[in-house]
Ligand binder design. Structure first.
Ligand code: ATP
Ligand code: MG
Length: 393
């Protein structure tokens, strides 16, 4: 067993000592069987939350409404979740209400995909009640039970299915794909924030080309914000050779570029996707640089900053307009200044030495000085800058 499981074993053993069942469940079991690195382990038990809290000295109610208690043990935190079913689905969303149950089978039954419905007991034995092992072996993404029914309960599962296609390099099982095609419009019923999370994971997956093809083929894209007119552009992206993305900003710059959006329209799309202002700023900044590749004036390099220049360069690679990263790096490094603070002249200097009154004029002068330094027309030493400033007033 990987170390993460071994570390958590005392928690499972303790639950057993008190007469309860305890298993590892979810992504960590799946990923271990696939031979991949795992993040955190999830533990499921038939002990009710109050019982879990009685057994362990130190706990935190991280998600008690949903039956999750964090157990603190040797400086680590473990999420222990009571077996549950999710009854009373309304409006195709996950319910706020959960019902705690005592049977592992009922808990596994409410999970989305067969490969996510495996459990592992403390001895390392796999409990496979829904054919998850066979599907792992066959590299199939398959819903637990009747796929259409499961997608009506929670439409996000359709996005999750295709996200796992991308991350694991698996294929959609036929009936699961059919049910997604039949029910794709249910995506409009769920919170955009949840779709957003799965969409980004899909785009960052290792077989994003295949996953995008499924996303288009099943018509899920029709029900995602601002995608419906872009079937062909999405196809172009899916067909890019060697497509491989490693951060969210790059994902959106690539989309905006292939959708032919102006930075302002990109901002509108991202707002529809409920993105943070920081993300919107980064994406539009990088996109603005990209539209100027490979012609990069010092001012543009300066305003974009190295991290976002490298993002833009990532996308430019798919159109062969990229520069070698090292070249971009050295262009940036040789800028005379990297930010305003590096100017040897400040607003205060203007007030003190040139007796200019505080006000908008100060900023204007500083901006002109900054531009001259960036373009190499002025040396960044205080005397030259003061002299130039003087000539402006
Ligand atoms: P990741 O490695 O991305 O965390 P994961 O499988 O652990 O993958 P989580 O979102 O952390 O995904 O969910 C943990 C487990 O909870 C899943 O393996 C699955 O069994 C179950 N699950 C998560 N979301 C849903 C859902 N929408 N419907 C049904 N079961 C779900
Ligand atoms: Mg997880």
């Amino acid at each position: 067993l990987p170390q993460k499981f071994l570390d958590a074993l005392p928690v499972l053993k303790q639950l057993q000592t008190h007469g309860f069942e305890a298993y590892f469940v979810g992504g960590s079991v799946r990923d271990t069987l696939l031979g991949s690195q795992i993040n955190d382990v999830d533990i499921a038990t038939n002990a009710y939350p109050a019982e879990v809290k009685n057994i362990f000295k130190r706990t935190v109610d991280t998600g008690i409404k949903h039956g999750t208690i964090m157990v603190l043990d040797h400086g680590n935190g473990y999420e222990v979740t009571t077996f549950r079913t999710e009854s009373g689905y309304q409006d195709f969303r996950r319910p706020d209400h959960v019902t705690f149950v005592r049977s592992l089978k009922d808990d596994l039954k409410r999970r989305d995909l067969t490969i996510n419905a495996l459990a592992m007991d403390p001895t390392g034995k796999i409990i496979d009640l829904f054919g998850g092992l066979a599907d792992l072996k066959a590299k199939k993404i398959k819903a637990v039970g009747q796929p259409a029914e499961r997608f009506h309960e929670d439409a996000l599962r359709m996005m999750r299915a295709v996200r796992f296609v991308s991350q694991l390099g698996f294929t959609l099982e036929k009936q699961t794909r059919q049910a997604i095609s039949d029910n794709a419009q249910l995506l409009t019923k769920i919170a955009v924030e949840r779709i957003h999370v799965e969409w980004v994971k899909l785009m960052l997956g290792k077989t994003v080309d295949h996953a995008l093809a499924e996303f288009i083929r099943t018509k899920m894209y029709l029900y995602c914000p601002c995608f419906k007119d872009h079937e062909n552009n999405l196809k172009k992206i899916a067909d890019l050779s060697g497509l491989s993305l490693d951060n969210e900003v790059t994902v959106w710059v690539l989309l905006a570029h292939y959708f032919g959006l102006k930075p302002k329209e990109t901002g509108q799309m991202l707002r529809k996707w409920k993105s943070s202002n920081d993300l919107i700023k980064d994406v539009t900044t990088a996109q603005n640089a990209l539209e100027n590749f490979p012609q990069l004036e010092p001012k543009l390099l300066y305003e974009t900053g190295l991290p976002l220049l490298l993002v833009a360069n990532q996308v430019a690679k798919y159109e062969n307009s990229a520069l070698p990263d090292e070249k971009l790096h050295s262009m940036y490094v040789s800028l005379p200044i990297k930010n305003k603070r590096e100017l040897t002249l400040t607003g205060n200097d203007l007030i003190k030495e040139l007796k200019i009154k505080p006000g908008p004029k100060i900023g204007k002068i500083i901006n002109l000085v900054e531009e001259m330094v960036l373009n190499g027309e002025l040396n960044n030493d205080k005397n030259s800058l003061l002299q130039y400033a003087k000539s402006l007033i």
